[in-house]
Design a protein around this ligand. Structure first.
Ligand code: GLA
Length: 491
């Protein structure tokens, strides 16, 4: 064999192996989409059913101008109330011309022109939750219509389901009907179930969809219990998901099945509340960090033209987003809960430790203080990594990067300039353009914005320690000590 033909055979083998492993990774997703958790914006949390074309245009423009689009927040979801209250005589949905005077197809074109995606909504029931026509029995008609408009995403609710729930089989069949209908259109449409955890979608939905809600609706509150969300955070399965569920309530429920996440299928903890005013800065930081690290879709739900500088800084934090969009798609797990005496006004006094691995072997560690006052949290590497002394991660020396460190979080001054239009997001210190260079490329190249602020090293057997504010979080990325100083491709 000539050296030349040996080279050709080797190249062929290499290319084939790479293609096969890329395919194997894609195969986990039922339709090849949502390889990392979806990102975008939805009307519901800020506007309920009161939105129209102007609302959409205002927020879509903000997605582009404030740099959200280039971070990956692409889909704009029209959440309920999109159509007239009745179908036409041939059974088709009828768009609401007074709310959307340009027509939905034109609005979808405009979104696509701006590099955004068009997200639609319906329910696997007779009506949507807002009382508009649902798609049960009309799956093919409606999927064909949405595809003709240029839809890229469907949020599919659970209201008025005619009693077709109560067993996983009943729910799966009902949601699979729409999955098949979407596939039959030939258009790539991300499929997001919104069945509030009914019948445990984390056990069956990954083969027919890209994500599924796992709880009742979120509200803009940190840990206040509400009568409308009757199951507590420790309940693994909730028969009455309800609405008005707090961040801590949803997080507790989600902690039981975070391992069900995988590229192409995500447990959806519901939309973000950051920017809606009901929580303070530390609470919103905890909410955003945990939704990212647990791999929930990150769908903003606030008025983007009314953002404060601080809340903007949360939503664009590149070190946190790099964890959300990490190629491994693996969620962090709760390792430890410790009760403290200093309870807050709702009786919560809990310290929690979470950790999990990222694609390049880095680790995420989060300390949560769900208690009444600021406290020093101190845990050994053994405790951080699951309490097993022989855990290999507890034996390593780690460099610590604070994902909320000053050097990596955009300053309020810079954020204000972006928000008032005097500075382009792309030119701002602390902004990472994930469209120009993907999260995984940026990590491979050791872009410091994606790691966080270096804050020291922890040796095997040592404690990790931080002062964590009331209702706050300390989240680090850990890199094996001799790795962070070298470029990845030298390792
Ligand atoms: C349900 C869903 C919400 C939202 C509303 C719209 O409550 O869970 O996320 O879509 O319906 O009416």
């Amino acid at each position: 064999m000539t050296p030349n033909s040996r080279f050709i055979i080797l190249t062929w083998l290499l290319v084939n192996c790479i293609n096969k492993s890329a395919l194997a990774a894609k195969r986990l997703s039922y339709n090849g989409l949502a390889q990392t958790p979806q990102m975008g914006w939805d009307t519901y949390n800020a506007y309920a059913l009161e939105y129209n074309e102007t609302t959409i245009t205002t927020n879509a423009n903000a997605l582009v101008q404030l740099g959200f689009r280039d971070l990956g927040y692409r889909v704009v979801i029209f959440d309920d109330a999109m159509t007239e209250l009745n179908r036409s005589s041939d059974g088709s949905l009828v768009e609401n011309a007074s709310k959307f005077p340009s027509g939905l197809a034109q609005i979808a074109d405009n979104l696509h022109r701006d590099g955004l995606q068009f997200g639609v909504y319906s329910s696997a029931g007779r009506f949507t939750c807002g009382g508009y026509p649902g798609s049960l029995g009309y799956e093919y008609t409606d999927a064909t219509w949405w595809a003709s408009l240029g839809a890229d995403y469907l949020k599919y609710d659970n209201c008025y389901n005619e009693g077709l729930s109560g067993t996983p089989k009943l729910s799966q069949d009902r949601y699979a009907a729409m999955s098949n209908a979407l596939n039959s259109t030939g258009r790539q449409i991300t499929y997001s179930l919104c069945n509030w955890g009914d019948d445990k979608p984390w056990e069956w939905a990954s083969t027919i969809s890209n994500s599924a809600r796992m709880s009742g609706d979120i509200n803009d509150g940190f840990d206040m219990p509400t009568a409308s969300c009757p199951c507590g955070p420790d309940e693994y399965y909730c028969q009455v998901p309800g609405h008005g569920c707090s961040v801590i309530n949803i997080l507790g429920k989600a902690s039981h099945f975070v391992s069900k996440n995988q590229p192409g299928y995500w447990n959806d903890l519901d939309m973000l509340e950051v920017g809606n005013g009901g929580m303070d800065y530390d609470e919103y930081k905890l909410h955003f960090s945990m939704w990212a690290a647990i791999k929930s879709p990150l769908i903003m739900g606030n008025k983007l033209d009314q953002l404060s500088a601080q809340d903007f800084g949360i939503l664009v934090n590149p070190a946190v987003l790099a964890i959300s969009q990490d190629p491994a798609g693996s969620a962090i797990q709760r390792q430890l809960v410790r009760q403290v005496n200093d309870k807050d006004e709702y009786g919560f006094g809990e310290l929690q430790v979470w950790s999990g691995e990222l694609d390049n072997g880095d680790q995420v560690v989060a300390f949560l203080n769900i208690g009444n006052s600021s406290t020093t949290m101190e845990f050994s590497l053994v405790e951080v990594f699951g309490g097993i002394r022989t855990n290999k991660n507890a034996q390593k020396r780690w460099d610590l990067f604070d994902v909320w460190g000053n050097e990596t979080v955009m300053s309020n001054e810079v954020a204000t300039q972006i928000l008032n239009g005097t500075l382009a997001a792309g030119d701002a210190t602390g902004y990472y353009n994930a469209t120009a260079m993907s999260w995984s490329q940026g990590l491979n190249q050791n872009n410091p914005l994606l790691f966080g602020t270096p804050v020291g090293t922890v040796q095997p057997g040592e404690m990790l320690s931080a002062e964590v504010p009331r209702h706050g979080i300390q989240m680090w990325r850990l890199r094996e000590a001799n790795m962070s100083s070298r470029k990845r491709d030298e390792v």
